[in-house]
Design a protein around this ligand. Sequence first.
Ligand code: ADP
Ligand code: MG
Length: 264
Amino acid sequence: MTLTMPPTLASLDARSISAWFGARKVLDRVSLVMPAGTVTALIGPSGCGKSTFLRILNRMHELVPGASLAGEVLLSGQDVYDPGRKLTDARKQIGMVFQKPNPFPAMSIYDNVVAGLKLTGVRARRSEKDDLVRECLTKAGLWPEVKDRLRQPGGALSGGQQQRLCIARSLAVRPKVLLMDEPCSALDPTSTRRIEETIAELAHEVTIVIVTHNMQQAARVSQQCAFFLAEQGTPGLIVEAGPTTTIFDSPTDSRTSDYVHGRF
Ligand code: ADP
Ligand code: MG
């Protein structure tokens, strides 16, 4: 019998995050606690810094030329930006899925999942890889759908399947947090619903932060919402954050209410 370890859930705590591209400030002292095992939806108009905030959470922002930031990101209390901590360490613990599904198109479905390991330098035996591929594809909702197609190229899958393959790839390193930047924006409604079901399942073991422009989706998948806004050339900030039901039904700020009800 195999003993499975209970997953360890992790919280993410962003404290007073400000961000710049060159001299231009795009985020102003954004603080947000993303509790362990929950789904947080980041909502707000385009250009208000949601993607920038997401990239700061897993240290992708620092790779953008001219980009800088202030503030702290704590993963279960540990500083993600600790100078003694390797960049790959942050990437392993905090995975990312993008708007446009980006599997390696010529690489097999199997190798796409395993590539998640290679990127971070983890070595595994063949039998371990087989188990991992099955496990990650199952969690991403692609098993047994692609069971007999593991040697086919990732690019041969439909858009929704490709996005689920990207989720499987990001799960291969057993991240504690999964960041998703508009993961369904390029997908049809059926694929979107399947990804939402996957998100709901994954939230039992991974803390999820999702950017979405789809308010129904935010209401369906998240327990917490943060409303970002950048007004007239000012940097983006969080107007209001709280339980999803509060943000939708009884927000404090009229701008939140206007945005979630499509009056913006
Ligand atoms: P959102 O995801 O909410 O649409 P972004 O985080 O992408 O917002 O962008 C926030 C602001 O930062 C925007 O004004 C955008 O033009 C600017 N920005 C984003 N990426 C870069 C970059 N690589 N270089 C310069 N400015 C950028
Ligand atoms: Mg964005």
